[in-house]
Design a protein around this ligand. Structure first.
Ligand SMILES: [Zn+2]
Length: 238
């Protein structure tokens, strides 16, 4: 009995050691996996290179913002863009932290999916950059602003050499908003100069009136101009 007990004790000790080893090993392994998952996109972890660092969403932001300003004019510099973060929201958005303290700070929030998918991250970033040009705040953006953001996200991704077209836009409402802007580009020469002029007339893109649209795009159907100026959240797409 004593011998058996000793063997059992020894076996148990060994089993415990093995269990402990497996636990530690899998524990370490899962930490590594978690680490890999966290840095799953090369757009998040900046790695030192001979000339600086590899591209990340933050350094890409500079390039994308520059592209947007070239097309549509300078951003409203009374706002401070704090940076880019990832959330578990379904949609990307611009967030105004400490808005109640009247701080004019904003953060671009991208989705969890974007943290694992470089193309999606840059696509979302390109969209949100348009909202950064003249933050709409609580009042929300217009149909025109959402359409422009969606249009620019496709156009800018092409500039960044991504294989993409409007079929990449998943939501029907954004597809329709994209088409509204695409039609302007197709029917009016120097569309971007017209948009720049419009931006010079208002504080925020969302403030452009139907009359201003009709004037900048002469001959534009009145209903079309009214739709562009409509609040995006109040637009029902059939
Ligand atoms: Zn948007």
């Amino acid at each position: 009995m004593i011998i058996l007990f000793a063997i059992t004790k020894k076996t148990m000790k060994e089993m415990l050691s093995i269990t402990l080893f497996i636990f530690l090993f899998t524990g370490l392994a899962s930490v590594c996996v978690a680490k890999d998952k966290f840095f799953c996109s090369s757009q998040i972890l900046a790695k030192r290179t001979d000339i600086g660092f590899t591209w990340t969403v933050v350094s890409r932001l500079s390039e994308i913002l520059n592209n947007a300003e070239k097309r549509y004019g300078k951003r409203d510099q009374s706002w401070t863009l704090l940076g880019v973060e990832f959330t578990d929201l379904k949609q990307p958005e611009t967030w105004y932290p400490f808005d109640s303290d009247k701080r004019k700070h904003l953060i671009i929030q991208l989705t969890k999916k974007a943290s694992k998918n470089e193309k999606e991250a840059l696509f979302q970033l390109s969209h949100e950059v348009i909202h950064v040009l003249s933050p709409a705040g609580k009042e929300g953006s217009s149909v025109f602003e959402e359409g422009l953001a969606t249009y620019f996200s496709i156009a800018n991704m092409k500039t960044l050499n991504y294989d993409i077209d409007e079929r990449y836009i998943s939501e029907k409402k954004y597809q329709q908003a994209y088409k509204l802007i695409d039609n302007l580009y197709k029917n009016f020469p120097h569309t971007e100069d017209r948009i720049k002029t419009l931006r010079g007339q208002v504080k925020r893109i969302r403030d452009i009136t139907p009359e201003q649209f009709s004037h900048a795009f002469s001959g534009l159907n009145k209903k079309y101009a009214t739709l562009l100026a409509k609040k995006y959240s109040e637009w029902d797409v059939k």
